[in-house]
Design a protein around this ligand. Structure first.
Ligand code: FNR
Length: 189
């Protein structure tokens, strides 16, 4: 069967290596997963003042999450944590109180940086956050991708065979996980 995965790119950079990684994952995902981006760029900074009346951009954002079966985070590490823009988007998604868009929605986390730890600390922190948000998280395989110049081309081609296999396997594992979670916790439509 066919599952829809909404992906968040944690970077707003026009030259983002995480956007390249997301592009690559779209190409390497199994046929049974349809990947669509859920953009975070135009969300204002969240405040509880919005809770009575969310702006259209935030409503559209929450509707986009409601429409997918699972979430994939593709994020850089900023100062050993997740970028503020991504945290802002997550905060929007969990509000107003009692309307948490992530409840029971399976998710997975992946990221790349030029540094040797390949976003490991950001991913660990994002795990904490998504755990609190009641999202069943893919625990294995973990994917900390150290980016080398040319590893992924502008069109999302992974130039290294081992990395390509690793990422393909990652998406296959995510698919298996989604099937398992949704068998136990079917989506409320
Ligand atoms: C970074 N970078 C970085 N890298 C890392 O491995 N650990 C870190 O804690 C940080 N911290 C950090 C903070 C800020 C504010 C910036 C702008 C950058 C470097 C980062 O990995 C690099 O810029 C990547 O290219 C960011 O990913 P995108 O935006 O290209 O996807």
């Amino acid at each position: 069967s066919q599952y829809k995965v909404g992906y968040f790119v944690g970077s707003l950079s026009s030259t983002s290596i995480n956007r390249l990684l997301a592009k690559a994952l779209v190409g390497l995902a199994p046929e049974s997963l349809e990947l669509v981006e859920i953009p975070i760029r135009d969300l204002p900074l969240y405040s509880q003042d919005y809770d009575d009346d969310f702006p259209p951009v935030a409503r559209a954002f929450k509707e986009a999450i409601a429409e997918v079966d699972a979430i994939l985070f593709v994020t850089p590490e900023y100062n050993r944590s997740i970028p503020g823009g991504l945290k802002n988007a997550i905060d929007w998604a969990t509000r107003p109180w009692g309307r948490n868009s992530f409840t029971r929605k399976p998710s997975a986390i992946i990221g790349t940086s030029p540094g040797a730890i390949g976003t490991a600390l950001a991913q660990a922190q994002l795990r904490n956050v998504m755990c609190f948000c009641n999202s069943p998280l893919l625990n294995t395989v973990e994917a900390y991708i150290q980016f080398q110049p040319g590893l992924i081309t502008e069109t999302g081609e992974v130039t290294d065979e081992k990395t390509r296999q690793f990422l393909r396997n990652y998406m296959n594992e995510f698919h298996t996980f989604i099937v398992r979670v949704l068998t136990v916790l079917p989506r409320e439509k």
